[in-house]
Design a protein. Structure first.
Length: 186
């Protein structure tokens, strides 16, 4: 019986060291060696100040910036998540209608013209940093007017900020709003 208990304790100790210490250190070392920027949070730093992470959406409400998609958590990382409102929810329908009206009025989009879904519906995490290129292009007029910049300049900036699908076929083209707004400030 004592032999069995000692074997169990030894195995527990061995696997605790392997899975609780050695494996995490190995994975952390590989991440730091091969993917340092991503492993450290993908922070965007300017003049020694962290402006945000390119992996998380930031709240931009000013007319001078491109807007991200809506967030159920008001862009808070700790309470991130979806709203859990279903398609038959009256609250969801009211929210969507209000977002459509707000986006249309801010961008002078005629009634009846579709508004891109990523500017109307929240992402699953509430922290998706990307919008579609179409959503970014619809915002060019508003941002150009607020900054007194030529629309053609911002259209080129959006094109430069557009990321292609991963490996050429996974996902859709997308624009990281934080990176686009930082390029805009430069």
């Amino acid at each position: 019986m004592t032999k069995l208990i000692l074997q169990s304790l030894k195995l527990t100790l061995v696997f605790t060291v392997l899975t609780g210490l050695a494996y995490p250190l190995l994975v952390t070392g590989i991440a730091q060696a091969c993917f340092r920027h991503q492993a450290n949070g993908s922070f965007e730093v300017r003049k020694g100040q962290i402006l945000g992470s390119s992996l998380l959406a930031q709240k931009f409400e000013s007319q001078r910036y491109f807007w991200p998609r809506p967030s159920a958590s008001d862009f808070g990382a700790v309470p991130s998540g979806a709203s859990n409102l279903g398609p038959t929810s009256q609250a969801q329908q009211s929210n969507v209608t209000a977002r459509i009206d707000t986006f249309r009025s801010a961008h002078a989009i005629p009634k009846g013209t579709p508004v891109p879904s990523d500017m109307v519906f929240q992402s699953g995490s509430g922290l998706d940093p990307h919008i579609s290129p179409e959503s970014a292009l619809l915002q060019v007029h508003r941002v150009a007017s607020a900054r007194k910049v030529a629309e053609s300049t911002l259209t080129v900036l959006v094109a430069q900020a557009t990321e292609l699908p991963q490996f050429g076929f996974l996902g859709e083209p997308r624009v990281n709003v934080l990176l686009l707004n930082l390029a805009l400030d430069r």
